[in-house]
Design a protein. Structure first.
Length: 278
């Protein structure tokens, strides 16, 4: 993917205060035929976004003037930039950080260090998705029947997805069932499932299961809780259920990852040498 239908290069704005991070992402995405803009802080990033209207923004979180959450909130408050998709790219990998990113309007969240192929796939996917939205005006709200599929304008389609994902990430332990989630997002179960399947390649239950297991993996690496406790913290009824799902997803048991608090010098994610800095 190198040009939009008008023949212009598609543009990505990278906002990151670390030169090494900027250079790495620049090189990876430039090789995909994209035009790359760079900003070293949030203020400059906001200016470039308003002036040049990039197709997508890659946004770091920890920056000296405005943090990424503040930048995203401002982008979404301005008519000229509110429809530009924002992907957070950060070393902050905790559940709370990701939930806040989605709540501020981000469409995706990639943790550092990142895989170059994954970065390219996620960026190009969001650009294609945004292109489909271009030129579509919001339709008037239509009453939705609970169990009947509806044709949702793409701009509203994205809004439903972001809201549903935020609700699920906010409470992994006791999330609403799919019918209640659909009602909260102003749609129906069939449409909500279709939206998740189209965007992520999995349904709502698959997304919830993946997030629970990823959060469990992080907690296991910290070594601050027993496996049984972690199971309850992420929404499983007990350690047996977690072990079965964890083994199916990661190919190993939680005990293979777990570092007990009594162990000396436990391996932690933040102790590993990253490929790029936060």
């Amino acid at each position: 993917m190198s040009t939009d239908p008008s023949g212009f290069l598609e543009t990505v704005l990278i906002i990151d205060d670390e030169p090494d991070n900027l250079h790495l992402a620049f090189e990876i995405l430039r090789d995909q035929g994209l035009e790359i803009l760079c900003a070293r802080d949030g203020t400059d990033g906001l200016r470039l976004a308003a002036e040049l209207a990039p197709d997508l923004i890659l946004l770091d979180i920890r920056m000296p003037d405005l943090n990424g959450f503040e930048v995203c909130a401002r982008l979404k408050s301005l008519p000229v930039t509110r429809d530009i998709p924002v992907i957070f790219l950060s070393a902050l990998d905790q559940f709370e950080d990701k939930a806040q990113g989605f709540a501020q309007g981000g469409v995706d969240y990639i943790t550092k260090p990142f895989d170059a192929r994954e970065l390219c796939l996620r960026v190009t996917h969001q650009i294609r998705l945004a292109r489909r939205v271009t030129g579509i005006t919001d339709a008037a709200p239509v009453a939705v029947e609970q169990d009947e599929p509806d044709e949702v304008p793409l701009r509203r389609w994205l809004s439903i997805f972001v809201k549903a994902r935020t609700v699920l990430l906010t409470d992994l332990v006791d999330p609403p069932d799919i019918a209640a989630l659909a009602r909260a997002c102003g749609t129906n179960r069939t449409t909500l499932q279709r939206i998740f399947q189209e965007h992520l390649g999995m349904g709502v239950a698959g997304f919830l299961r993946e997030q629970r297991l990823q959060h469990a993996h992080q907690l296991l690496l910290r070594g601050e809780h027993r496996v049984e406790d972690i199971a309850h913290l992420v929404g499983y009824s007990g350690s047996h259920e977690l072990r079965r799902a964890f083994k199916q997803r990661f190919g190993r048991l939680p005990s293979d990852v777990f570092r007990h608090p009594r162990d000396s010098d436990p391996v932690r994610p933040d102790s590993l040498e990253p490929l790029v800095r936060a």
